[in-house]
Design a protein around this ligand. Structure first.
Ligand SMILES: C[S@@+](CC[C@H](N)C(=O)[O-])C[C@H]1O[C@@H](n2cnc3c(N)ncnc32)[C@H](O)[C@@H]1O
Length: 368
């Protein structure tokens, strides 16, 4: 998924350093997990991973990509008997269910929430002129999300199964969103990707490594995640590094994660949803130093890796000082790599970048 600060392209660099500092996989915590790309790489390398993030959309991705070890089975009663291919099976596979949902996506009365607020055409006579999705895709998203809600409420769809379906929908919607990569604005003409029909593609959960324990997902602050998880071998910290608040850049995935059983109050040109408690201190220059101090204090780990970029709100020297204070004398190390900056039109012409390449920084300290 397109996501600010997504580390997918940096995985080989990160994992090389993880292998160097901790050759044997143990227990890791990734409390700023975002798309869960790093948690996934750690799980693939045999680690037991405890992921976390402030956002509900990240939680869905964490469950799908990290917590689950294999695709779950779903109660066959979710779909009508005549759609079960004559089998009296008690459960139904993930792919079969997605196939059915794709064909019946619009069959549910979705109250047109996405249609009304995020498509040009609107719904039930109401439209707000926001062009995030084509009218057809808006209707399908409405139908699928409403069905997941109803299955959860009335048909006993389990938490992890529901989160897997929500993550699948978030990814599908992202592929057909009429944006340049973030949801802080929509494009004023429909782009080719936005005209394609919404397609639910299965997410492949990663099997647990030999000897690894269950991986877990979490929605909440990094400090809370670290305090509740207790001692671990590795903490990987990847906080926001500039003033862009994630809830304003990803409000639509967040809406899809939360649903609209209680309709949120929508505001502004882009249709923001309430984000109380989700605005991060890491995105405020005067609060970031304290956030750094608090997260390091909460991290009970043998190894701490801290990802950041140059041009971030915190100076490199400030991070180095904090890590040196937290760790064992002389174990602090610094690694870096050039990285092509993620650009989005949503940043606007006035966003003044000094250059297109930034440097990805990786700070390390051993704590025990
Ligand atoms: C740089 S991104 C992480 C990217 C992630 N490593 C990936 O590869 O997708 C930073 C993440 O931190 C989350 N975040 C911001 N403040 C937080 C906090 N105080 N506690 C937990 N998560 C926070 C944001 O929601 C965002 O997903």
């Amino acid at each position: 998924m397109r996501y600010l600060g997504n580390k997918t392209k940096l995985i080989p660099f990160l994992m090389r350093h993880v292998r160097r500092i901790a050759p044997r996989a143990g227990v890791a915590c990734d409390p700023f997990a975002g798309t869960a790309s790093v948690s996934m790489a750690l799980k693939e390398a045999g680690w037991t991973v405890h992921a976390g993030d402030l956002l509900a959309s990240s939680y869905a991705l964490q469950v799908a990509r990290v917590e689950l070890d294999h695709p779950p089975r779903f109660p066959a009663s979710l779909i009508p008997p005549d759609a079960r291919n004559g089998r009296s099976a008690e459960d139904i596979g993930y792919r079969s269910l997605l196939g059915w949902l794709s064909d019946h996506g619009e069959g549910e009365d979705g109250h047109g929430f996405v249609s009304e607020h995020y498509t040009l055409q609107g719904a039930a006579g109401r439209a707000h002129g926001r062009m995030y999705f084509s009218p057809e895709n808006g209707r399908r998203i409405d139908g699928i999300r409403t069905r997941i809600e109803r299955w959860t409420r009335e048909a006993g769809l389990g938490r992890a199964e529901a989160q897997l379906l929500i993550a699948t929908l978030i990814e599908a919607a992202d592929r057909v969103a009429n944006t340049t990569g973030v949801y802080a604005s929509f494009v004023k003409t429909m782009q080719p990707n936005a005209l394609r029909p919404l397609e639910l593609r299965p997410i492949e959960p990663i099997p647990r490594g030999n000897g690894a324990g269950p991986c877990t997902a979490f929605q909440g602050s990094a400090t809370r995640r670290l305090r509740t998880i207790g001692p671990v071998d590795l903490v990987y910290l990847d906080p926001p590094y500039n003033s862009r608040q994630y809830p304003s850049y990803y409000h639509i995935p967040e809406l899809l994660a939360l649903g609209w059983a209680t309709p949120p109050e929508i505001r502004g040109k882009t249709g923001l949803i309430p984000d109380d408690g989700l605005r991060s201190d890491w995105c405020r220059k005067h609060r970031a130093p304290e956030a750094l101090h608090d997260v390091l204090e909460a991290a009970d780990a043998r190894h701490i890796l801290f990802s950041y970029y140059d041009e971030g709100l915190l100076d490199r020297s400030e991070i180095e000082r904090a890590l040196r204070e937290r760790g064992v004398a002389d174990t602090y190390r610094f690694f870096h790599r050039p990285y092509r900056r993620y650009r989005s039109d949503a940043d606007g012409p006035r966003r003044n970048y000094r250059r297109d390449d930034v440097r990805a920084h990786l700070h390390y300290v051993r704590c025990a």
